[in-house]
Design a protein around this ligand. Structure first.
Ligand SMILES: [Zn+2]
Length: 459
């Protein structure tokens, strides 16, 4: 492989990626994906320009070549729901009921993080994600004690690792939570607009509105977030019906179901992406499907916290769009989307008690093109015009043997040892299994020091 990119700003660069195989979209097949042997990918700056055999692409001759022997190049995975700072709280309150976990891990330590702690948590989360083949992460971020300073710390961490960031900037005003989560609707809107403007022309960072949930955000807060999303034509993210207590609360104060409540406050639309949706009645799923809303499905987190199993198969069948998330690093406790593909498929099979209830290609597409759709990024497929975000997998890795159905092996059998290179915008962030921009020992040193400063300990 060639060394790190040294292109000067303004200079045009073409790179020809030449792996043994490519995983490409295939709209004509039932699986929606196909493996092609012998083709390469020509990229111009951070986008894919042409795909095909080297001798059919004139410009490949003069392009810098990245030869990837014994590798298949697949689309980078998209972690559509995460709370990066929570990686710092991993192991603190495992094996506890949801409310104990929330109070003893999140609420106890979040007020002490500050900008430094938020940066360290995000650095740990993003560094580990890059190693696991995540090229875009959507960070649903709500620690706002210092205005937008902590948001900017998350952006810095993403840039230091080289991962693409979608900042789901949270609107939160429930006064039962730590003060550093809370803002007024005016404060939240002002901060959102400032960040959105700041990154409007950035290629590597985008910002979405994310009212926390019907329990963490008032009706006015949800309306602000939804209104801005409509105005700017952006997806907006909202936790909904993760736990049964939330459904009961909504029934108590509004006399209706979670989606009925969103209809009441005039916030149900096709830009909405709900997170979790474990406890939704059929009429709610039908209403979400009717407007083409999305679900950010986090199967490992739902299992880890004992939430339950979201009816993903029903949601997709009713017309909802889907994507996969790892959720926070202390409610999973892994940050791999390949892992979530496997878990999503297995969990649906368990619910249906039917091994044929879900398949590997569907799971793979949720973790790649589905994530791109619901996070509003132009990635998720190796296709002309899309962002050049790739993962290169070692075809010789034992976890991908035997090669009778490679895509199924990628979803069900792949181990991290197979993830060798990761490219974001055609630039390497992982090479030969190691991070290119920061050193892992430096990430660990920061984690050790922050954990000591905030007195982190397990309960
Ligand atoms: Zn969440």
């Amino acid at each position: 492989m060639d060394g790190p990119n040294t292109v000067e700003p303004g200079e045009q660069e073409k790179v020809f990626f030449e792996p043994d195989a490519l995983l490409l979209p295939d709209p004509d097949s039932e699986e929606g994906l196909k493996i092609v042997w012998g083709d390469g990918v020509l990229c111009h700056n951070d986008r894919i320009e042409q795909i095909g055999p080297r001798d059919t692409i004139e410009e490949a001759k003069n392009a810098r070549t990245v030869r990837l022997r014994d590798r298949i190049l697949v689309p980078g995975t998209i972690n559509a729901h995460n709370h990066s700072f929570q990686s710092l709280l991993r192991g603190v309150a495992d094996d506890r009921p949801f409310l104990v976990w929330r109070d003893e891990a999140l609420y106890r330590y979040a007020p002490h993080l500050g900008k430094e702690g938020v940066y360290t948590g995000a650095l740990l989360a993003f560094a580990e994600m890059a190693r696991m083949g995540v090229t875009t992460v959507c960070d649903f971020f709500y620690v706002h004690g210092e205005g937008i300073e902590t948001d900017l710390a998350v952006v810095q961490a993403a840039r230091d690792v080289g991962i693409r960031l979608v900042l789901a900037r949270t609107f939160y005003d429930w006064d039962g939570a730590p003060e550093c989560f809370q803002e007024s609707p005016d404060e939240a809107e002002r901060a959102f607009r400032e960040l959105h403007t700041m990154f409007s022309s950035a290629a590597d960072v985008s910002v979405l509105p994310a009212p926390h949930s019907p329990h963490g955000a008032s009706a006015e807060m949800i309306q602000r977030g939804a209104g801005i999303a409509s105005e700017l034509d952006l997806p907006w993210h909202l936790h909904l019906a993760e736990e049964l207590f939330e459904v009961d609360e909504i029934r108590e104060h509004s006399g209706t179901t979670p989606v009925g409540y969103l209809q009441q406050i005039e916030c149900l639309n096709g830009n909405l992406c709900i997170v979790h949706g474990v406890y939704l009645p059929d009429e709610d799923i039908a209403a979400l499907g009717e407007v083409g809303a999305g679900v950010l499905h986090c199967p490992s987190s739902n299992m880890f916290l004992g939430d339950g199993a979201a009816p993903l198969r029903t949601m997709l069948a009713k017309g909802m769009r889907g994507a996969l998330g790892s959720d926070g690093g202390c409610s999973n406790n892994r940050v791999s989307v390949f892992e979530e593909m496997r878990m999503a498929a297995l969990l649906q099979k368990v619910i249906a008690t039917d091994g044929g209830a879900f398949d590997a290609p569907t799971a793979f597409r949720l973790g790649t093109e589905g994530g791109a759709d619901l996070c509003g990024v132009d990635a998720g497929q190796i296709a002309v015009g899309r962002l050049a975000d790739f993962v290169s997998l070692d075809l010789a890795d034992l976890s991908l043997q035997p090669d009778v159905h490679l895509l199924r092996n990628i979803v069900y059998a792949l181990q991290p040892t197979a993830i060798r290179e990761v490219f974001v915008g055609a630039k390497p962030v992982v090479q030969n299994g190691g991070l290119t921009r920061i050193r892992e020992q430096d990430v660990r040193a920061r984690v050790v020091s922050t954990a000591k400063r905030i007195g982190l300990q397990a309960v």
